[in-house]
Write a protein that binds this ligand. Sequence first.
Ligand code: ADP
Length: 447
Amino acid sequence: MLLNSYPLLVSEDMVFRSKQATMQNSISVMVYSLSGLDRLTEENVSTAMAVVEDTELSRILVTNSAGKVLYDTRETGSAVGSYVLYTEIVQALTGSDAFSCAYHNGAFRSRGSSPVLYHNQIIGAVYAYEYDTEQAALLDGLQENLLRLSGMIGVAVLVLSMMLSRVLTQKISKLLNAIRQVREGAYSHRTRIAGRDEIAQLGEEFNSLTDRLQKTEDARRRFVSDASHELKTPLAAIRLLTDSILQTDDIDPVTTREFVADIGREAERLSRITEDLLRLTRLDSGVLERAAVVDVLPVLEQVLRMMSLVAQEKGAELTYEAAEGCFVMATRDEIHQVIYNLVDNAIKHSGGAAVQVELSMEDGAVVLSVSDNGPGIPEDDISRIFERFYRVDKARSRAAGGTGLGLAIVRDTVERRGGTVQAANRSGGGAVFTVRWRAVTEEGDVV
Ligand code: ADP
């Protein structure tokens, strides 16, 4: 619309201006040639006008001060002798110039007038009228061209935007379809959107999201099946033992006691597993107790005091070397749990050898290392021992009272507070677990 109307309005205006200029020019020439006359009569006006008559104009009228026509260029239907009171003439007779121009029905109609003065007295008026179809035809042509051009642009824009919207909607519906599939549980579904635009990037992001979703889902499935298996084993043992007691006639009290003691051990194992599972679920939920500054040394000493009896029982030698002033942001229970699990593992898996605990500060970190000189961890298993329910030797771990969750709890607990834990084998034999927490000052400021 702008393309069609603005240039036309501007060119129309330009034509109006040029018409006004040329018409006023012609009129002033006529007025000038009449200005020497003291009175206007048909004769003297005709004589004066014969010299200046402008052939460009369609009609010229000269009236006297009363509006009576003295001169008319139109031959048929000449207005000479009659009174003509066109607006322009009336305006000229009151002393001012007038001009009007209109574009209508393919023609410019311009009207202009000026008073004729003699000694500052209005003695008449000159009126000119022009009917121009030539410039109007040019304007029409321009309008037609513009219309054609904007029509072409309109069609091109329409076609292009339809193509673009089709491409976009195709991509979006592909993404939508992928989202729906994943929502229904098809986590392996991946979408492939061509291009490098935002929708293609969205597709890639969606794929990596689905990747993670699939991994989490796989881990969840594995965890549920492992957990139910772990819970099933002691339950099956309990069932077996109770059945044996119930179905054996004349069972002697010593065997009964043994069986009941076994049932007690299995029940204890069940409660250990459920406790560990609960601990992991709490860690998974992401709800953390508010961290406070914890001095690691007293916690370490408390755990070691507690564990020394167990170590003694197993014939393991438990020693430690610890620096003072090791503060971390966590909770006392968390630090206790981590040290307990690692020392417990070292005693359990070292098979009665020496267990050494070290606590030190290194490059702004509090480092806790628990090492033993047992058989160590097979290299292939090192990367997996922190997984839930992963054990190198299932039977041995069970026999030692392990749940397979101890190291998973250690890793989750430490990582939740921004720390790290690593397992390695010592060159002289045995395993070493190293935990690093970010060290803080006693006031809780970063070191
Ligand atoms: P578990 O209850 O079996 O100890 P953990 O998660 O604590 O479960 O440990 C996982 C596995 O890592 C253990 O089954 C064991 O095979 C191995 N492991 C842990 N600590 C040690 C260690 N100090 N020496 C050798 N192997 C270890």
